[in-house]
Design a protein around this ligand. Sequence first.
Ligand code: NAD
Ligand code: DAU
Length: 348
Amino acid sequence: MKKSILITGGAGFIGSHLVKLFVNKYPDYTIVNLDSLTYAGNLENLKEIEEKDNYHFEKVDLLDEKGLEEVFKKHQITDVVHLAAESHVDRSISDPLAFVKTNVIGTVNLLNAAKTSWKKLDGHLFYHVSTDEVYGSLDDGGFFLETTAYDPQSPYSASKASSDHFVRAYANTYGMKTVISNCSNNYGPNQFPEKLIPLCINNIRNRKALPVYGKGENVRDWLYVEDHAAAIDVIFHNGTTGETYNIGGWNEWKNIDIVTLLCEIVDRKLGREEGESAKLITFVKDRAGHDLRYAIDAGKLEKELGWKPSLQFEEGIEKTVDWYLANEEWLKNVTSGEYQKYYDEYYE
Ligand code: NAD
Ligand code: DAU
């Protein structure tokens, strides 16, 4: 059967990299990008592939059950890679219900649409893209393994943990073929500038304060976004159904060290005096319930499916800074909301 893959959240940060990878690498697949275009969804991210014959866009909300059913029918969807979500922890602290709606109810709606459409569940795959945050917080030692017990600490991670449980429940109860991956922090082009790295690059350029939560001692494991997309590709094609795969960069950084490094890189690239931007670092009130450390053991994915991060962090972060410095217009558009006109101008 010819593959017709529904990628949800394809206008967002990771989703747009995945859509580009699949559309370009698999011309025989039909790729359908379903996205409701929230503040985080930006079709400008997909400019380079929007004219391709094997690419289609559907502006549908995960809460629109009928809309989901119609998309499955119209495009004869054979498989799903589900990324659409509310993704920012700080927003989940101020509005948890929005995360329950999209991440939990939206995921169940999508599972139902797939179950209804796929009369025989064999031969179809429902792939859920999840996060390492479902495992909770580590202290100084150890790594998250696929067998680590779920212990989500924020409303965001609680909603992602819940959606993971629903995916497993659909496999167990209805025999749906599913796979889940849990990834660490991504960085790279096209990330909305509410997240630490693009926020800091943007603020350094504009000589604005760099808000570091608490003492900046929290640790995150950073992975270049295209390496995450490559891992999803490998798992989608070669992963074992019913399994979970952890994806990470073996690349732990304290927040304060990342922010300091970004100051150094941007100062060098903009020809500013050494140490100039570090003066912008401002320690602010800590995030409520701030997880101390995330660190992924990606050994299973490496051993079983042969995936490894391809980019060294030093190279990836230089590329990322270069991209944001060269794409000031993109940043202006997403921070002002201008980008949302793109759908009306191109699609309507
Ligand atoms: P993002 O916020 O950049 O993009 C999310 C996309 O989902 C947007 O295009 C948005 O318009 C769409 N969306 C949101 N609500 C929707 C709804 N109700 N209906 C339809 N579309 C909707 O997110 P991201 O950082 O690209 O993350 C993508 C996925 O990967 C998420 O599921 C996230 O939990 C997971 N993840 C992210 C990271 C990371 O570091 N960013 C790491 C691990 C896992
Ligand atoms: O681990 C995977 C997760 O990584 C994903 O599931 C989430 O979708 C993604 O948003 C990300 O979550 P974090 O909360 O780790 O990312 P964020 O960029 O918001 O923050 C990174 C670290 O930097 C975190 O310890 C909080 C801190 N921080 C963040 C911001 C926005 C600051 O100190 N200052 C800031 O202004």
